[in-house]
Design a protein around this ligand. Structure first.
Ligand code: BYC
Length: 330
């Protein structure tokens, strides 16, 4: 499975023992040092990063689909150009992230095979349909807004290649969030029919976005270890709270109401209290039973098959360049 990095294993009997390596590794993390691809790392750290970075890459690539469906239906040339650029950015994020995961010794072909076979997860949020143009606003404003909240701390992740990839991703996500908010603002300042479209989109996207941060802390299986390894800097509930606190005033500015009857500001803490998400729905979506899981994978599988000739041609060309020259004209 691993294509790189085998040289870091402590095979040499005269080298330091695993316990000592593990101690030095944790000490480096505790001191805010970075772990780089050729450094020794515990197998669990490598596996968890491969899992998270691959899921993240798949989310970016599958995340192109709900918005990609609206490129041809954007209401103006400007909106079309902006949406096209955003969707291309998401594809680019997927590519940086697959490259970051490759530094841990997994091949891109293997990661993609796991996505297409349904074995690998990607973010629950992309299994909901984008029904109207206002959904382009809600996705940018809320989904990219949630993504930024989750991803800014990942710029300080202990694994160097992931942290560095996230710096550029976050800059682009911030433009995405602004463009989504601007679509919502335009709709909210438009006719009452346009404002209703914006409210309807918020009603449908709110709870899936709240769940995007992952299970509550009491059910999160990886959080404790990932916080010790400084892959995660905040728990799922902490990030969810930060997102809600930042987003409620934005909804008020738009004149929209958040579909949560339990939502209220707690003056003592300065945080919003919010209702319990439907965790059964979340579990079903990540098991593959959300409204669009099957469609999303079917589209990715078709795109992969349709692109096979390009991969084959690129491979044939690479083989030809590597082959010794025969002296014959091509
Ligand atoms: N959806 O112990 P936990 C984007 C899984 S793309 C599906 O808390 P962890 C964008 C989790 O994987 C945004 N599965 O796990 C793109 C685990 O299952 P496994 C993508 C989820 O890893 C285009 C299990 O539940 N962002 O921004 O400590 C257009 C237990 O969870 C979800 C990232 O991927 C979910 N929502 O924390 C617009 C960020 N939540 O693997 C925007 C990087 C949890 O044991 N990832 N699960 O089978 C992370 O920060 C963390 O992996 C998570 C989960 C917070 C997602």
């Amino acid at each position: 499975m691993y294509t790189q990095g085998l040289d870091q294993q402590p095979d040499d009997p005269s080298g330091p023992a695993d316990d000592e390596l593990a101690e030095r590794f944790q000490a480096r993390i505790d001191a805010e040092g970075r772990i780089e691809p050729k450094d020794w790392m515990p197998e669990g750290y490598r596996r968890t990063l491969i899992r998270q970075i691959a899921q993240h890459a798949h989310s970016e690539v599958v995340g192109m689909l709900p918005e990609g469906n609206w490129i041809t239906r954007a209401p103006t040339l400007r909106r079309k150009a902006v949406l096209l650029a955003k969707v291309q950015d998401e594809g680019g994020h997927g590519m940086y992230l697959y490259s970051a995961a490759e530094t841990l010794g997994v091949s891109r072909a293997e990661m993609i095979e796991q996505l297409l076979s349904g074995k690998a997860k990607y973010s629950s949020i992309f299994n909901y349909p984008a029904l109207t143009w206002a959904d382009m606003g809600a996705i940018g404003w809320l989904v990219d807004g949630a993504a930024i909240m989750n991803q800014i701390p990942l710029c300080r992740c202990s694994y160097g290649p992931y942290a560095r990839a996230m710096v550029r991703v976050c800059k682009e996500e911030s433009f995405h969030q602004r463009q989504g908010f601007e679509i919502m603002l335009t709709l909210c300042r438009g006719t009452s029919a346009q404002k209703n479209l914006a409210q309807d989109a918020l009603n449908r996207w709110w709870w899936p976005v709240v769940m995007m941060f992952g299970p509550s802390d009491r059910d999160s299986i990886h959080s404790d270890q990932n916080m010790r390894w400084k892959i995660k800097r905040f728990s799922n509930d902490e990030l969810r709270q930060k997102f809600i606190d930042a987003t409620v005033p934005q909804a008020e500015f738009l004149g929209l109401s958040i579909p949560d009857p339990a939502l209220r500001l707690d003056p003592a803490s300065g945080h919003y209290h919010y209702g319990e998400p439907d965790w059964n729905e979340f579990r079903e979506v990540i098991k593959g039973n959300g409204p669009c899981n099957r469609d999303r994978l079917a589209v990715r599988r078709k795109a992969h098959e349709d692109g096979r000739w390009v991969r084959d041609a690129a491979q044939a060309y690479a083989n030809k360049r590597r082959a010794p020259a025969t002296g014959q004209a091509a």
